[in-house]
Design a protein around this ligand. Structure first.
Ligand SMILES: O=C(O)CCC(=O)C(=O)O
Ligand SMILES: [Fe+2]
Length: 221
């Protein structure tokens, strides 16, 4: 839903940029229908199993490389063993445009994400404070949000605790974290049900895509 008063761009920490409303409604619709296809297979949307036996409350499907705690593989060995869907070129291009918007054209030219994690949050889903550190690359992470607004907690590189900044990520928002913030702890503390716009194609819930560079090659997984 468009904010009555537009939320201005902000930078909660060096290298971290929030650009509210960056995606057009058409782009959000395109992403929602693509995510619906990816959620159906070859690897289904599922609650990721954690090593100690728990499961994550969000449901996830991956593109390009499959993430499971705490590594990337080409096949979803903890789900159905199938190879994950390719990350399409148009999505990598969207990642470059996102970086250009956040950091400027020169930073964007070299950016070539090879994996995307698609997370679906229902009203009760959360994500605890964590670092994205299973990638062997310090290239920025591009995060796109669609549907219900959430509270995204963006912290520091030292610990899960303070200092952190709570930011509302709404439908269409872009958040990029790279440079000194690339390995900052972050998480989702709350989702506000019913705040999304059904015109995106999402009747309820929140969708988040993170584009990343794994730094992996098939010969050297
Ligand atoms: O849902 C979000 O905004 C963040 C997702 C995230 O941190 C992750 O997938 O690692
Ligand atoms: Fe993350």
């Amino acid at each position: 839903m468009d904010a009555l008063v537009p939320v201005p761009p902000s930078s909660p920490a060096p290298g971290a940029v929030h650009l509210p409303g960056w995606l057009s409604l058409d782009e959000q619709r395109r992403l929602v229908s693509a995510c619906r296809r990816w959620a159906a297979g070859p690897v289904p949307l599922r609650h990721t199993r954690l090593p100690r036996g728990g499961v994550m409350s969000v449901r996830t499907v991956c593109l390009g490389w499959h993430w499971q705690p705490y590594r990337y593989t080409r096949t979803a060995d903890d789900v159905n063993g199938r190879r994950v869907a390719e990350l399409p070129e148009w999505l990598a291009e969207m990642g470059r445009r996102a970086l250009a918007a956040a950091y400027g054209e020169s930073a964007a030219r070299e950016y070539d994400p090879d994996t995307a994690l698609v997370n679906f949050y229902d009203a009760g889903a959360r994500m605890g404070m964590h670092q994205d550190k299973d990638e062997r690359s310090d290239a920025p992470v591009v995060s796109l949000s669609i549907g219900d607004t959430c509270v995204f907690r963006f912290g520091n590189t030292e610990s899960r605790g303070r200092p952190y900044t709570d930011i509302e990520l709404a439908s269409g928002d872009l958040f990029v974290f790279g440079g000194p913030s690339r390995f900052a702890y972050h998480g989702v503390t709350k989702v506000f049900p019913g705040t999304g716009d059904a015109a995106t194609g999402m009747a309820s819930g929140r969708l988040n895509l993170t584009l990343r560079v794994t730094g992996l090659t098939d010969g050297n997984p």
